[in-house]
Design a protein around this ligand. Structure first.
Ligand SMILES: [Ca+2]
Length: 494
């Protein structure tokens, strides 16, 4: 079997497994069958009532790594130029309260891929906060991924970039609903080579050979160390090829850049591109990549039936100073539960369908799975416990966001809750380094619309808000089954 035949075979098995899983999870065959029939014969492009196309729309999710709320021109950065992301914002929706479901990589990506808080899947841990190259675990087989869901309805699913939900074969994208994969399966600062001798300074003078990370195609390592100086450009080349080859659709493209996670690399064309220095160069290359993806959709004539979402997995890594990004007016960054750790740019683009504007309601990457299911007309299993909600009413301009509440976890522990404009911190802790968890009773309370920087505790003035949030916490905990950690087990030493 050739590689591509092998990939197709894997894809076919994944689709069948996805369908089997849906059936096992309680979707009645008669409700699934019409969806598959639609996907098999997507010929009618006319609009159905409610603004949804009868033909399932394509989905492109572009996900940055460690990019902060304040790092884009359309979110106020003074010296990083992001004309293509700004175009997404202008032609689509720019959300100002859009949240990742965790403040570090692995749990955040698990939440995006499952629509579930990571405590439910075991994809979080209080000691090992993400997966490492010596990790034995990964996303559990009984989780329904966004790719499995869409593949079950006939979508062709491609994953490009950082995965970070397990690098062993059974956890890779091709075992989780994706028909194809190209990328570095975990963070680009892993597999660090010891002899650089530079300590932390290694990040200021990064060289490709200091990080022996693999580049994989499907389940095979094709380059090691991955040449990170061209990685953003090559991911983009792959994305453009994927769009051209799958223009008939429907497809799901998950383009998860390894940048701007340190060590920072950019292609030769982007050296000294930005007034913001190296970090700005990296963001401006990602922006150019977004432009190429949008152009590929327009050139293929499918921009009017493709939803493109842009966000980031967590906030800026502030301990890296200038090499880390900016959370803008928000407090804190990656690793913590202040807003800067989890509130992210959230851009939605779908010319002709999306209701353009700035959205101040709450949304989360948790919501992408149920939203995609609704837009594609795919029924969700009745017994699937989701933390995501369907945001399509907001996208289509037909209703309000069903999301009123956001839970902020650090590892397996709930630290804070936002409800409406108020956020209560029951526990706070520095993102990294010394200083343990500090409990607050009463909780610290911030009115985020008045005080986005979380500087002025107003708990004294709003006891009824604290009571209401405490009640939400009790309700949340009652229904919560915490899964065993997938992040703690290590592979035997070689
Ligand atoms: Ca990250």
């Amino acid at each position: 079997m050739s590689d591509s035949e092998s990939a197709r075979e894997v894809g076919r098995r994944v689709v069948l497994r996805g369908v089997a899983r849906l059936l096992a999870l309680g979707v009645v065959a008669t409700t699934l069958a019409p969806t598959l029939a639609i996907a098999d014969a997507p010929t009618d492009e006319s609009k159905a009532e409610g603004g949804l196309t009868k033909r399932p729309p394509n989905l492109v999710v572009i996900y940055a790594d460690d990019l902060g709320y304040g790092d884009l021109g359309c979110y106020g950065h003074p010296t990083i130029a992001t004309p293509h992301l700004d175009r997404m914002a202008r032609q689509g929706q720019r959300w100002t309260s859009f949240y990742s479901a965790a403040c570090v990589c692995t749990p955040s990506r698990a939440a995006l891929m499952t629509g579930r808080l990571p405590v439910r899947s075991g994809m979080c841990d209080d000691r090992r906060r993400v997966l490492f190259p010596d990790s034995a675990g990964g996303i559990p087989a009984d989780e329904l991924t966004l790719a499995e869901l869409l593949a079950s309805a006939g979508y062709h699913c491609g994953c490009i970039g950082k995965w970070h939900l397990g690098h062993l074969p059974q956890y890779l994208p091709t075992s989780n609903g994706f028909h194809e994969y190209l990328g570095i399966p975990y963070s680009n600062d892993m597999d660090r080579v010891a002899e650089s001798g530079l300590g932390r300074a290694i990040f200021k003078q990064p060289r490709v050979e200091y990080w022996n990370v693999p580049l994989m195609r499907d389940t095979t390592v094709i380059e090691r160390p991955a040449d990170q100086t061209t990685i953003t450009r090559r991911y983009t080349d792959e994305a453009v090829r994927f769009i051209r080859e799958n223009r008939e659709g429907p497809f799901f493209l998950y383009l998860a850049h390894n940048m701007p996670h340190v060590p920072l690399f950019r292609s030769p064309d982007f050296v000294d591109h930005s007034r913001r220095g190296l970090y700005g160069d990296v963001i401006e290359e990602i922006d150019a990549s977004v432009g190429r993806v949008l152009d590929a959709l327009v050139d293929a004539g499918i921009d009017d039936r493709t939803l493109v979402v842009f966000s980031s997995d967590n906030g800026p890594w502030l301990i890296f100073d200038e090499l880390g990004g900016s959370a803008g007016p928000l407090r804190g960054g990656k690793g913590g539960t202040f807003e800067g750790g989890m509130r992210e740019p959230g851009l939605f683009w779908w010319p002709g369908t999306i209701d353009p504007g700035v959205v101040h309601e709450l949304g989360s990457t948790l919501d992408i799975l149920p939203t995609a299911a609704a837009l594609a007309g795919i029924p969700l299993p009745d017994d699937l416990v989701l933390d995501g909600v369907d945001l399509s009413p907001v996208l289509l301009g037909s209703g309000a966001s069903p999301r009123q509440t956001m839970f902020y976890y650090r590892g397996t522990k709930l630290y804070a809750v936002r409800h409406g404009a108020f956020k209560a911190h029951f526990v706070t802790q520095p993102e990294y380094g010394p200083g343990g968890a500090e409990e607050h009773d009463p909780p610290l309370l911030y009115q985020l619309e008045h005080d986005p920087g979380e500087r002025y505790d107003v708990a004294e003035n709003f006891p009824e808000v604290i009571d209401a949030i405490a009640s939400l916490v009790r309700e949340h905990r009652q229904g919560l089954a915490v899964a065993p950690s997938q992040l703690s087990a290590k592979l035997p030493a070689e």
